[in-house]
Design a protein around this ligand. Structure first.
Ligand SMILES: N[C@@H](CCC(=O)N[C@@H](CS)C(=O)NCC(=O)O)C(=O)O
Length: 201
């Protein structure tokens, strides 16, 4: 059995769970919740960076981060399933980088609120991160919002980044990105694991 250390709200952990489901590997993975803020949690021994997701293999080796884990799952499933082969791979990887960058920048804004007292919040930093989310969404709205014929890792990551904006930023992105709203609805209809991994708090 593989063991996935994650937490329900993590957009990166959600990406791994959805990929596992699409690849038919969910039954081989036990999910063990991790508390990234708890120094007693074994996560910091498993991943020195103390980040989720981390995947513990049957031989005890641990893989991180989410990109590496999903590539490993793709390999287990025969390869080139959600990481396409040939030239298409690089477009998928670019889309993945964009979507993960949106999630990273969103997460950093949330952490500013979580780790610093209100009076110490640095608006310049928060705005800097918000700009990445805004520009990333604008690019995705213009270029990535056509429903895909074959889903790849970039699509899964984008759906998870948008889901994180729904969860932590009250879905405000929906007001200004109608094509992405339609794109996400299509994704959810095609990928039942998306709805199953949704959290609301
Ligand atoms: N690039 C990493 C990002 C992982 C990440 O930032 N995870 C967050 C939770 S969503 C985390 O573990 N934060 C705790 C920390 O940074 O200490 C990946 O793709 O796995």
């Amino acid at each position: 059995m593989l063991v996935l250390r994650s937490s329900p709200a993590s957009p990166f952990g959600r990406k791994v769970k959805i990929a596992a489901s699409l690849l038919g590997l969910s039954e081989r993975i036990q999910i063990v919740d991790a508390e990234t803020l708890n120094p007693e949690d074994s996560l910091r021994q498993q991943n020195p960076l103390g980040k989720i997701p981390a995947l513990i293999l049957e031989n005890g080796e641990v893989l991180y981060d989410s990109r590496v884990i999903v590539e490993y799952l793709d390999f287990l499933a025969g390869g080139n399933r959600i990481y396409p082969a040939g030239e298409a791979r690089f477009t998928a990887l670019r889309d993945l980088a964009l979507a993960d960058g949106i999630a990273d920048a969103a997460l950093l804004q949330v952490y500013e609120g979580r780790f610093r007292a209100q009076e110490k919040h640095e608006p310049k930093w928060v705005d800097h991160q918000a700009g990445k989310v805004e520009r990333g969404l604008a690019f995705a709205e213009a270029h990535l919002s056509t429903p895909a014929i074959a889903l790849h890792i970039g699509h899964i990551a984008l759906a998870c980044a948008l889901g994180y904006l729904d969860l932590r930023f009250a879905g405000r992105w929906r007001e200004t990105h109608p094509k992405l709203v339609a794109w996400l609805a299509d994704f959810e209809a095609r990928v039942p694991a998306y709805g199953k991994t949704r959290v609301t708090a």
